[in-house]
Design a protein around this ligand. Structure first.
Ligand code: NAD
Length: 280
């Protein structure tokens, strides 16, 4: 059964019609979710009307009306808008919906506090927080998900199905681990872009033209990732297999080790996670 079957009969409302909402909507429709079950809301018509004409989804400027009908309420506005948006939705949304936030750095507790009402205290609000990344825009995302204690198993399955429409979606056990997810997959695309840049610059300096250097670097990255994903060998074994004693690769790896590449990555990822913690 495709994961999106889990949301086939659900009403899904997106608050926000920007890049992330567009990526997820594209993924859901591509995987067969009925566009009529998807409503996208934003104050100005531009983006939401474009999504409606491209994917056949419903669109409106009325967050509250969409949220009142929603089984799954996806919050896809900028983090700085989130408090205001939640406060407006609080009294209007379907209290039985699962709230799925894609916003960086906003905790489940904050979201629940902002969505709480006298009839439904914060601890009873089902909130799932996710940390997506930019390759979601081409269906090759990698995200971590964390569910607050009020989230039922069927709601977890629904949240997972939504994010699986744009790539890999994995659960973490504590909300703090979302900061580690940020350091791995959230910010990870930028680390690889930096590595590409460094390899392309080095190849050019050594005498290759930039276009050839770029083609070779990107195809090598793609091939290495695909090989690592499909092989029965882990990354250590794959590296050892291409590293013949006293050969060319061995020289390069020895140079990386001597220059403390592992420590460099560990320090960068710790700095990223620390910053995510500060922003939360
Ligand atoms: P964006 O600026 O492209 O989209 C934001 C959308 O929110 C716009 O359509 C805007 O009209 C709408 N909006 C603003 N105020 C609103 C309101 N009161 N009611 C309804 N809609 C309103 O932003 P984005 O890049 O899609 O990011 C959305 C969220 O996704 C952010 O919280 C961000 O942290 C998170 N995120 C995005 C990416 C990414 O790749 N773009 C990656 C990780 C996390």
């Amino acid at each position: 059964m495709s994961e999106t079957n889990l949301v086939n009969d659900a009403k899904i409302a997106f608050i926000g019609a920007g890049n992330m909402a567009a990526a997820i909507i594209a993924g859901l429709v591509k995987q067969g979710v009925a566009p009529a079950n998807i409503e996208v809301c934003a104050p100005s018509e531009g983006n939401r009307a474009r999504l409606a004409s491209e994917y056949g989804v419903v669109h409106s400027a009325d967050n509250n009306a969409a949220a009142a009908k929603a089984d799954i309420l996806v919050l896809a506005v900028k983090p700085q808008m989130m408090r205001e948006v939640c406060a407006q939705l609080a009294e209007h949304r379907n209290p039985n919906c699962v709230v799925l936030s894609v916003a960086a750095g906003i905790t489940c507790q904050s979201l629940a506090n902002w969505l709480a009402t006298p009839a439904q205290p914060a601890e009873n609000i089902a909130v799932v927080r996710t940390m997506p990344n930019t390759p979601s825009h081409i269906g090759l995302g990698a995200c971590g998900l964390f569910a607050s204690s009020a989230v039922a198993q069927t709601q977890k399955d629904q949240a997972q199905a939504i994010m699986a429409a744009v790539g890999l979606a994995v659960w973490v056990n504590s909300e703090d681990e979302i900061n580690i997810v940020t350091a791995v997959s959230g910010s990870g695309p930028a680390y690889f872009f930096l590595v590409f840049e460094a390899m392309i610059d080095a190849a050019e300096k050594m005498g290759l033209d930039r276009q050839t250097a770029t083609q070779l670097t990107l195809q090598t990255a793609l091939g290495a990732a695909k090989l690592a994903q499909t092989s029965e060998d882990d990354a250590v074994t794959l590296r050892k297999k291409v590293t013949s004693p006293n050969g060319t690769t061995e020289r390069a790896i020895a140079s990386f080790e001597q220059n403390k590449l592992r420590d460099t990555f560990a320090a960068a990822m710790q700095a990223c996670s620390d910053r995510a913690q500060q922003l939360a």
